[in-house]
Design a protein. Structure first.
Lengths: 230, 119
């Protein structure tokens, strides 16, 4: 593949997904051949989140398995949603990685467990930690009823008609940045099949549109202070 | 600007292309077709194909071209149902059209031909 930015409405990808939805096994090979790069990046990203190095052998196997996973849900994918198939099916990607690497978990720490138990007993507020492999757009949607800023951000993204892809990209970029990743664009770019500069530009544009809305509409003003958009 | 010579005499466009190829993102991924072939054969065998290696080879080659089945059958000059039987692993290696065997570098035909006979 060349370095051109990929979009979910890329005609070649849409045609491949349609053939996968029809059960054409050769289309799995086509997906692997033409989009193996960004799929490999998505796999490696999940593996990094599991703090696990993936060798070339494992990576090849996982990319192929992800292609079959995407094939199994291809009928439900639509380019109108704006997300690339391997971003849209990120749970499936994560499942493949977990199957190969084994279930991932931090080692239990008795002191930490005791602290968590004390904290839980001290508050009645329900906690809902988001799994690291949960689609960030889904997380935002789930937070909407309970978190005013998330509701406001989701509304602002709708109001500004930020595309599904740019919405995911903005959230992924912000997630990486706030996780301490010093090169968030380098991590996010291959997942979306984009150049790093394009990722930075798309994230900046989406962020600026939301911030301009916050500046001109008092209802959205609290978003100007949202760390995610800092 | 294209056509101007670079420092080693190459046109700038070619130099840029060479630089892109050296960039880590360009080296990050290359399909492993030998492994893919074996994986496809294992799937075909699990489905009960009599000649799973043949099925894998034909599916792989059609996948690499990106053709749908009618288009690929037309390209090969074989009836679509013959292609369907090849992809299903219903036919032996000697039924594979010569034009497919002539495609260089994608399929290890020696491996396909060395398949044990179906039981």
């Amino acid at each position: 593949m060349d370095g051109d930015d990929r979009r979910s409405d890329d005609g070649d990808l849409v045609a491949i997904m349609a053939r996968l939805a029809d059960g054409d096994e050769a289309a799995v090979v086509t997906l692997y051949e033409r989009y193996g790069g960004p799929i490999a990046a998505a796999v490696q990203r999940v593996a990094r989140q599991r703090r696990h190095a993936v060798d070339r052998d494992d990576l090849d196997g996982m990319v192929f398995e992800v292609c079959f996973e995407i094939a199994s849900v291809a009928g439900a994918w639509s380019p109108d949603g704006g997300a690339l198939p391997w971003v849209w099916a990120r749970h499936r990607v994560a499942n493949v990685v977990d199957r190969v690497l084994g279930q991932w978990a931090d080692p239990l720490d008795d002191q930490q467990l005791a602290q968590i138990a004390r904290r839980d007993s001290a508050t009645t507020a329900p906690t809902s930690p988001a799994s690291v492999d949960t689609a960030l757009g889904d997380v935002l949607a789930r937070l909407v009823p309970s978190l005013e800023s998330a509701r406001l951000l989701a509304e602002a993204l709708d109001h500004e008609r930020i595309s599904g892809r740019d919405r995911e990209l903005l959230l992924e970029y912000a997630f990486e940045k706030h996780s301490g990743n010093t090169s968030p664009a380098a991590t996010v770019a291959p997942v979306f099949g984009m150049k790093e500069a394009s990722v930075r530009q798309a994230a900046r544009r989406a962020r600026q549109r939301v911030l301009r809305l916050a500046a001109r509409d008092e209802r959205f003003a609290p978003l100007a202070d949202l760390p995610l958009l800092a | 600007m294209s056509g101007h010579a670079g420092p080693f005499g190459a046109p700038r466009a070619a130099a840029r292309e060479a630089a892109r190829r050296r960039h880590p993102t360009a080296r990050a991924w290359a399909p492993d077709r030998a492994r893919l072939l074996r994986r496809l054969a294992a799937r075909a065998e699990a489905r009960g194909a009599r000649w799973p290696r043949v099925a894998a080879a034909v599916v792989l080659l059609r996948g690499v071209t990106g053709d749908d089945r009618p288009g690929f059958a037309h390209r090969l000059g074989v009836p679509e149902d013959v292609l369907a039987h090849l992809e299903a692993g219903d036919l032996p290696a000697d039924a594979v059209p010569g034009r497919l065997r002539g495609v260089p570098g994608l399929v290890d035909w020696a491996w396909v031909d060395a398949a044990p006979p179906p039981t």
